[in-house]
Design a protein around this ligand. Structure first.
Ligand code: GDP
Length: 304
């Protein structure tokens, strides 16, 4: 229900365009396929993914000889589901952390404004709800507002936060956070980091240093690096994913703000292109508005 609400704009825009793409046509021909290609590209599914979907539909047209436009909905649903099922991404159904990591260390990266802090707050809330002891680390020390915002979320969720003053060394904050988490026997540590993409070498060096210093406390930290992307920015999200995956090893993705956008298709494109699991999607500003991404539910909800 929450997912349906979050995808409302994307769905209505998509089906509106799809309707226009097949208007006055009873069978899928080259013109319909061209139109469909445009619908998918403008829905931010991504060019690569669009071409794959179109190819699959072409194959079906060739094989079945005739394909009614009234079946297009169902076929799109099947082909997109098939495409996603070729990867092992988005199969999560619950907010869980690996049982064999204590503390489980999650490092969060992403440029300012994408919803990084909000996502950290929502995640802390979910893990806490599961009975986990969570500690936050404010290692985005570049902006005072970033530290303040994380503090607001720490208060809201009622979890401890480790921070230093603005401009302090992010690696030092991360180190302190893990030390404190160990002392408290925490289950989950979430480290916020700065995401200034304008200087790639600096970004890479900073993230590498944060990791190295964390490993002095927890040998195999971080256990996951979560990249937060703003789903409403379409192609920018793809570009950021490209940059961050070059700067550090990203192991999972969160796509935010799907509620305010018609670009929900971006989730499909990003999943397909980067082969990094989209683990979470943001569908609102509230504390409950973060969902575990499940590709089957997503496709179901989209084509319902
Ligand atoms: P940060 O700079 O990346 O840490 O971004 P913030 O977490 O401060 O979020 C920036 C803005 O986006 C805030 O106004 C959030 O309330 C809003 N936001 C974050 N996630 C979502 C979401 O899933 N849906 C909506 N509608 N807004 C969101």
């Amino acid at each position: 229900e929450n997912l349906d609400k979050g995808l409302e704009k994307s769905k209505s825009s998509f089906f509106n365009k799809l309707g226009k793409a097949v208007a006055g046509k009873s069978k899928v021909d080259d013109e319909v396929l061209d139109n469909l290609e445009e619908v998918l590209v403008t829905s931010d599914v991504g060019v690569n993914t669009t071409l794959k979907v179109i190819e699959r539909i072409e194959e079906r047209v060739a094989k079945d000889k005739y394909l009614g436009t009234d079946e297009l909905n169902q076929i799109l649903r099947e082909e997109i589901a098939a495409l996603l099922s070729e990867t092992n991404i988005g199969e999560e159904t619950d907010f869980t952390v690996p049982a064999d990591k204590k503390p489980y260390v999650l490092m969060v990266v992403g440029v300012n404004g994408v919803g990084k802090t909000t996502t950290i707050g929502k995640l802390a809330y979910q893990f806490k709800k599961k009975g986990k002891k969570v500690v936050l680390g404010a290692a985005d020390t570049f902006r005072a507002a970033a530290i303040d915002q994380l503090q607001v979320w720490a208060d809201r969720v009622d979890v401890p936060i480790v921070k230093q003053s603005m401009g302090s060394d992010p690696a030092s904050v991360a180190f302190d956070t893990l030390k404190s988490a160990m002392a408290q026997e925490a289950d989950v540590v979430i480290i916020d980091t700065a995401g200034r993409l304008h200087n790639k070498v600096n970004l890479m060096n900073e993230l590498t240093k944060v990791k190295r210093v964390m490993q002095k406390v927890v040998g195999d930290a971080p256990h996951d690096v979560l990249l937060v992307l703003d789903g409403s920015t379409g192609q920018n999200a793809f570009e950021q994913a490209k940059q961050f995956t070059k700067a550090t090893e990203v192991t999972s993705l969160a796509v935010t703000k799907l509620d305010g956008t018609a670009k929900g298709g971006v989730v499909i494109g990003i999943s397909d292109q980067f082969k990094i699991p989209v683990k979470y999607i943001g569908v609102g500003e509230g504390i409950e508005d973060l969902q575990v991404f499940n590709k089957f539910e997503f496709v179901d909800s989209f084509f319902r």
